[in-house]
Design a protein around this ligand. Structure first.
Ligand SMILES: [Zn+2]
Length: 456
């Protein structure tokens, strides 16, 4: 029995360590959610990030986050904080139109709660808990009164506010204790802005921009340590989408196919939202053979895998450009990088890294969905999640208080079990040999019968 115990300890170290991770000591769990817009997953492999890699070394990394279609900023940021697909949370694009109310939504006209009230973001749920509050140094929707609630502390969105100012606000708020800020967001526009401007294949400019981002991550960690927040705070660093290279030579022009007076364009590229002024079928027929580099869908035919159909804000026809192609009316395009394309493209995926008492140290995971982040965050904060499209089980391996079977442990258990069985069989045979030395033939018989089924 002692040998068996020893075997178990030697073979299943993960089992022992994964049971002893609680370090919250009764303090309410705290979570800071950080987004660097447009941080494509493979930037991590192709560029140096000394500060971020240090963060990951002491925490966890999910190499690919499968985000939601359309792979744009507002929709994906809202999926992170609600766990819902776009058709369910209602932020279906950065530019929207609602036929029934004639309302328009854009990045600079986003304050009407009408657009956001289809879901309850995690900062609202957290805010409504007794003795807890939320804070936001920007994040789409945090300066809107969603279900009559904003974070207790927030900033009106302005791209001209420096990272330093956002960081000093968020750390000041996280230090407040009455009621304590337990959930906070921090948002930064890069590397998205530079990705659009230079294109992700511009190594020289992108390496400069990405080094700046790594330095900001260094500042973040240093500031949290300096203020004594680091040890008890859970920090998630993630993003909304990736970026792909575009070109002046890959333009899809709509004007030659359909007269502009025949439709309204609600959103243009790489996913165009078309509201026809003529018969929908007629408009569809004019667009369907417009370009071999663009899929044209009637709303009812949008592929199920996009989860992008059941919402009034999705227009009757959508055009989906092939990766790297840009939809224009007639003019040229100055964008060298873009996103919004099919969410199965790896170039559209962001990453996720996390650090803190809730997370393992030094663990890498290949992929989860962006909608899985929400139930994980609710679990960390002890909040009851609203109905959502995420799966908590997908993130169990990242968390210290969950038991999950990782591949090395699974192999260990299989090999260990076989080894234990073999030793047990051997011991039984030896014992029986010693006990029944007078009947050699029946003993041999027994040995044959026992061996085969147990080892095989
Ligand atoms: Zn962008």
């Amino acid at each position: 029995i002692f040998i068996m115990k020893l075997l178990v300890i030697l073979l299943f170290p993960g089992l022992i360590t994964s049971c002893g991770g609680d370090s919250s000591y009764g303090l309410p769990p705290k979570l800071l959610l950080v987004s660097f817009d447009g941080f494509r997953a493979d930037y991590l492999k192709n560029y140096d990030f000394p500060h971020l890699q240090n963060f990951i070394k002491e925490g966890v990394l999910v190499e690919h986050i499968k985000n939601v279609f359309i792979t744009k900023t507002f929709p994906n940021h809202y999926s992170i904080v609600t766990g819902l697909y776009e058709e369910s949370h209602g932020i279906v694009a950065n530019s929207m139109y609602d036929e029934a109310t004639k309302k328009h939504f854009s990045e600079s006209n986003d304050k009407d709660p009408f657009w956001w009230n289809g879901a309850v973001p995690i900062w609202v749920t957290n805010e409504l808990q007794e003795n807890r509050s939320s804070a936001a140094a920007m994040w789409p929707g945090t300066d809107v009164s969603i279900h009559n609630t904003t974070p207790s502390y927030f900033m009106n969105y302005s791209h001209s506010v420096s990272f330093e100012e956002r960081l000093s606000n968020i750390t000041a708020w996280l230090s407040k204790s009455n009621p304590p800020v337990t959930f906070a967001t921090l948002y930064w526009e890069e590397p998205d802005a530079s990705g659009h401007k230079y294109g992700p294949e511009d190594k020289e400019n992108m390496s400069r921009v990405l080094k700046e981002i790594d330095d900001l991550i260094g500042d973040l960690v240093q500031k949290l340590k300096m203020l004594g927040l680091w040890e008890n705070l859970n920090v998630i660093i993630t993003s909304d989408h990736g970026m792909t290279q575009c070109s002046e030579k890959r333009l899809i022009k709509l004007d030659p196919c359909i007269d502009h007076s025949n439709y309204s364009v609600i959103d243009l590229s790489p996913v165009a939202a078309i509201l026809p002024k003529i018969n929908v079928t007629e408009a569809y027929d004019r667009l369907k053979n417009c370009s071999p580099h663009m899929h044209v869908y009637l709303k009812e035919d949008i592929p199920n895998r996009f989860y992008y159909q059941h919402n009034n804000r999705i227009q009757p026809i959508i055009l989906v450009a092939e990766e790297g192609w840009t939809i224009v009316l007639n003019a040229s395009s100055s964008k060298l990088g873009d996103h919004g394309y099919d969410n199965s493209l790896p170039s559209m995926h962001p990453f996720l890294a996390a650090h803190g008492p809730a997370f393992h140290k030094g663990y890498k995971h290949s992929t989860i969905s962006i909608v899985d982040i929400y139930p994980m965050m609710c679990h960390i904060l002890g909040l009851k999640p609203h109905p959502n499209n995420g799966t908590f089980g997908h993130t169990k391996c990242l968390l210290v208080d969950q038991w999950c079977l990782k591949l090395p442990e699974a192999i260990g258990i299989v090999v260990g079990s076989l080894l234990a069985l073999t030793i047990l069989t051997g011991l039984i045979i030896i014992m029986q040999n010693r006990l029944s030395t007078t009947r050699p033939f029946s003993r041999l018989q027994l040995q044959d019968d026992d061996d085969d089924p147990l080892i095989g």
